[in-house]
Design a protein around this ligand. Sequence first.
Ligand SMILES: C[S@@+](CC[C@H](N)C(=O)[O-])C[C@H]1O[C@@H](n2cnc3c(N)ncnc32)[C@H](O)[C@@H]1O
Length: 217
Amino acid sequence: MQKYTASARFYDLISAEWPVYRRGRAAGMALLDLTVGDTVVDLGCGTGLNFPWLWRQIGPSGRVIGIDRSPDMLAQAARRIARHRPGSADQLIRSDCADVDFAAIDTGEHGPVRAVVATYALSLMPDPHSVLQRVCAQLPDAAVLVVDMAQPVGRGPLGTALTRWVGAPLARAACRAGGADITARPWLHLHTLAPDHRDVEVCGGHIHACVGRSPSS
Ligand SMILES: C[S@@+](CC[C@H](N)C(=O)[O-])C[C@H]1O[C@@H](n2cnc3c(N)ncnc32)[C@H](O)[C@@H]1O
């Protein structure tokens, strides 16, 4: 948690969002099929970089519930909501995702949770499988999106050389700096939990997006 305390105020600037990680976010969000008014849970929401993408799909009547264990990251997320959606039903919960009772999330008049997203977050968690398992067991028929990092592989002779000498060391350094396990490949858990999953890769295989649907109850 230490990593996302002092740096929280600068996270959006130092996280390489524009050159790299925005591309994975865009690819992942394009896999979601949300409608106006939907409720979406954002696991390890951080400063809320997903929120504008989700807000565009769910509209003013929709609701984002962001969960994060870092109070400093949540403070930035709260600022984002206050700036862009004052008075909305969006909600932030401070918790370790491993401890959340998803079935108990109060969606009020907003209806059931339609989607759960986890971008660049599950690879920081010690047991991503159990988190996804709980999500799938407790939130039936929800779209589950995982966007996360892996060792890039590159494409073609030039791409492979560039990846090996430049991309791979940079990717490893970025994951180390953020406390992520580049070998975790958390979307693979979704492959077993949601058999109808769809996947895309961007940035030479450094970023992987996978969406699946939790089983109906
Ligand atoms: C690399 S940041 C990604 C933030 C955001 N999802 C994004 O796409 O920009 C990882 C976030 O996951 C949070 N996190 C890590 N482990 C967590 C856990 N077990 N429970 C809740 N949040 C966690 C961190 O506090 C941090 O805000």
